[in-house]
Ligand binder design. Structure first.
Ligand code: NAI
Length: 301
């Protein structure tokens, strides 16, 4: 909150206007934190109905924050929510809105061809200075960037779920990403109040997703012998996780989680960390996709 709506810092920054493409779980969260920190944000998705839902989710999330932070000043809280929402507009036409944007953050479906098609179109209409980034969890940034003629102004920003809560962002420097672009992305991440870690070396040596995958496969095996509740409580109270791993999987959506893990497995089939989880596959096949369907690892009302 102390860093919220800090428009003077944003006024002097290279990135002031942000277009977020994809108004799902990640895109809504990214739009929210960018708007909270005083950026002008356009959120893009394929239909007005989806965008209405995204705006509703952002407003709901802001109200939860305000309830805690402005507990004794409800009017100031209302005003804060309104100011943040005023920083966000929506559109179903990415090509028209990117014409005045400094940064495009893509958070659409995890499919290389679909991402390439989107960026190829936007590359032709976005201003020369505009930086493109993908929030992909499994696709190489260079492969996505290859659909454009701006390899030097193309990088990765990998956010974590839930975006408004999680402080970490992996900033990915692909082979073609210029130092200037990389520095601008580090600055932008800090302007969001997040902590950037640089990922240009870690694609194949260290990255949080490798760690997460190894923990995940360990947890999945463990849950065959023990209880998911115990694992969640242990990780929250003993390891300082804000959410237990099974709670997080349900929150992210088991279909999305499976999609991400399958993507890693496809790339590195010999890596045991990325081996398919029969338990996860069974739940997805039964349509138990987590919070959004009312049941995943847990049941929801
Ligand atoms: P989601 O399924 O909740 O949202 C995706 C949104 O993109 C949907 O609203 C969909 O209508 C929209 N969309 C699809 N194609 C589009 C297009 N061509 N133009 C405009 N909008 C389009 O997915 P989620 O979870 O938000 O993930 C988005 C991306 O972020 C994926 O690449 C995913 O791998 C990545 N990611 C996801 C994380 C997670 O924990 N869910 C963590 C880090 C990255």
């Amino acid at each position: 909150i102390t860093r919220t709506l800090c428009s003077s810092a944003v006024r002097n920054a290279a990135i002031k206007h942000v277009t977020v493409i994809g108004g799902g779980l990640m895109g809504s969260g990214i739009a929210q934190v960018a708007a909270v920190t005083g950026h002008s944000v356009v959120l893009v998705d394929t239909s007005e109905d989806i965008l209405k839902n995204s705006a509703k989710n952002i407003q709901g999330s802001l109200k939860r924050v305000v309830k805690k932070k402005f507990a004794d000043k409800p009017e100031a809280g209302e005003e804060f929510v309104q100011k943040v929402m005023n920083n966000i507009s929506t559109s179903t036409d990415a090509a028209s809105v990117v014409q005045k944007t400094d940064l495009v953050v893509e958070a659409i479906v995890e499919n290389l061809k679909v991402k390439q098609a989107l960026f190829s179109t936007l590359d032709k209409v976005a201003p020369a200075h505009t930086i493109f980034v993908s929030n992909t969890s499994s696709l190489p940034i260079a492969d996505i960037a290859s659909s454009t003629a701006r390899l030097d102004r193309f990088g990765g920003l990998h956010f974590f779920n839930p975006v408004p809560m999680m402080k970490l962002v992996e900033v990915i420097k692909a082979a073609g990403t210029s130092q200037q672009t990389f520095d601008a992305l580090l600055d932008f991440t800090k302007a969001l109040g997040k902590h950037p870690v640089s990922s240009h070396l870690i694609q194949h040596c260290f990255s949080l997703r490798t760690l997460q995958a190894s923990l995940l496969s360990g947890f999945m095996n463990e849950v065959c012998h023990g209880s998911k509740e115990d694992i969640d409580v242990a990780m929250k109270l003993g390891a300082g996780y804000p959410m237990g791993p099974f709670e997080l999987l349900d929150y992210v959506g088991l279909d999305t989680s499976k999609f991400i893990i399958d993507g890693w497995y496809e790339k590195e089939p010999e890596n045991p960390l990325f081996a398919p989880s029969p338990l996860l596959n069974k739940l997805v096949a039964e349509g138990k996709l987590g919070k959004k369907t009312g049941e995943g690892f847990y049941k929801y009302k």
